[in-house]
Ligand binder design. Structure first.
Ligand code: GDD
Ligand code: MN
Length: 411
């Protein structure tokens, strides 16, 4: 294959001075099965980065330089990618920072992943073996980690761990499926759009761990605005694919209604009380004076929680995630349901206990502006939001709908 390493530069003369010889002399000779090119996209850097590149072009013939006006990192990459596809006719492009925060020694490993069948390789900081600089200030660490979590949630994609990495290798056949002229960002968030479209085009995405290093020379060009723009771009793309998102909301909403209905019915017809009677006998050794009223409401909440679990499982299995079709757990539906239910057992217990204790402490009802609202409902809602949803997220993510990932490629 012919592979172009796209190096966007803005005031990186000192870095590019070391980077190009290192790539040419040390890194490319390790990559024997591909033809490697360097494409520098410089935006008229005042520090004469372009001059430095031109002097290297005399020595090495596989270097190209594109010069233009500074209109943002995304814009620079779009120019670079178009040139790589149309003029250089390469088979894959690598996005690579010129400032040594991406370690050039990682390049062969990313290429190896491509050789093994990946279409889009991500140099990932958030899988085992990857890391972000410990020198980063807490807010940058937080933004990076939170930004990733946010993206995973909005896109309902829990398979990729580093969605904001700038170190990537993509087959041009997939870049061609991205509408490069209409990206939602010309700056750092361009990469969210490319990633999104590449995933949508069903590229096989593989993460390879990288250590994101600290900058030694020059300054970072990323701004607060860029970081926040990513949230906007991610959300906009998420709404674009709202089909799944809306499904997810409908499933959650239906589950919630079923939960409250089941809870209220079991309590009001006395079924919860009936079960609570048995339970109070069973636990009478530890709780000799258990209050049957609060206990029965706790039991009702437990039934409600179970009903919601069943509803969510059915809907998600047959509807929301039915198109995932890479369900790792190919076991029988009933086994999956049993697993799901047993892993959700904790959330039933949590909700029952919360209601039981809540009613014991606060009583049956609360009067809010003349409306009598059962305490159990006021307790169940925050319990779901703050305990059950996070817990279910972990379960969905780690156990039930976990999808295949290629084995991590190490050295
Ligand atoms: N041509 C051009 N035009 N190059 C640019 C521009 C621009 O407007 N802005 C930045 N660059 C170049 C820089 O010269 C550098 O080679 C590379 O793009 C990355 O820019 P940095 O300014 O070093 O970004 P960063 O280190 O803060 O951000 C890194 O981490 C982010 C995730 O945390 C990058 O790897 C990002 O791609 C990544 O999203
Ligand atoms: Mn950098």
């Amino acid at each position: 294959m012919r592979i172009a390493i796209i190096l966007p530069t803005y005031n990186e003369r000192e870095n590019i001075k070391k980077m190009i010889p290192l790539l040419e002399k040390k890194i490319f000779p390790q990559i024997k099965n591909h033809q490697m090119d360097i494409l520098v996209v410089d935006d008229k850097s005042p520090d004469q980065t372009a001059e430095q590149v031109r002097s290297f072009m005399k020595k090495w013939k596989n270097i190209k330089l594109l010069e233009g006006d500074k209109k943002g990192l995304g814009f620079a990459y779009v120019r670079g990618m178009k040139h790589a596809i149309e003029d250089m006719k390469v088979d894959a492009v690598m996005e690579f920072d010129a400032d040594f925060q991406h370690d050039p020694r990682d390049i062969p490993r990313l290429i190896k992943a491509l050789d093994k069948g990946a279409d889009h390789v991500i140099g990932s900081r958030y899988i085992k073996g990857g890391s972000i600089p410990k020198e980063w200030r807490i807010e940058r660490k937080f933004l990076s980690i939170f930004g990733n979590l946010f993206t995973r949630f909005i896109w309902l994609n829990f398979n990729i761990h580093d969605m904001t990495s700038g170190f990537k290798l993509t087959k041009t056949s997939f870049i061609k499926k991205v509408d490069l002229d209409n990206l939602f960002s010309n700056n750092f968030a361009y990469k969210m759009h490319i990633l999104h479209d590449v995933i949508k085009a069903k590229a096989k995405v593989v993460e390879v761990p990288i250590k994101f290093l600290e900058r030694e020379n020059g300054k970072s060009k990323i701004s607060k605005k860029d970081q926040f723009e990513s949230f906007y771009v991610v959300t906009r793309l998420g709404i674009y694919d709202r089909k799944r998102f809306v499904k997810f909301l409908i499933v959650g909403g239906t589950g919630f209604l079923i939960q409250i209905l089941t809870q209220e019915i079991t309590i009001n017809v006395g079924f919860a009380l009936f079960i609570a009677g048995f339970i109070s006998i069973l636990i009478s050794y530890f709780f000799p004076h258990s209050d049957i009223n609060s206990l029965s409401q706790g039991v009702g909440a437990g039934f409600g929680a179970e009903a919601a679990i069943l509803s969510n499982f059915m809907f998600n299995n047959f509807w929301t995630f039915s198109d995932t079709n890479k369900i790792k757990d190919s076991s029988h539906f009933l086994i999956k349901l049993f697993k799901f239910n047993s892993t959700s057992f904790a959330s039933i217990v949590i909700q029952s206990l919360a209601v039981w204790l809540g009613v014991k402490v606060f009583g049956d009802n609360l009067n809010i502006l003349g409306y009598i609202i059962p305490i159990r409902i006021l307790i169940v809602i925050p319990t779901i939001i703050f305990l059950v949803i996070p817990l279910n997220y972990i379960i969905y993510n780690k156990i039930i709908w976990k999808t295949h990932r290629l084995k991590k490629i190490s050295n």
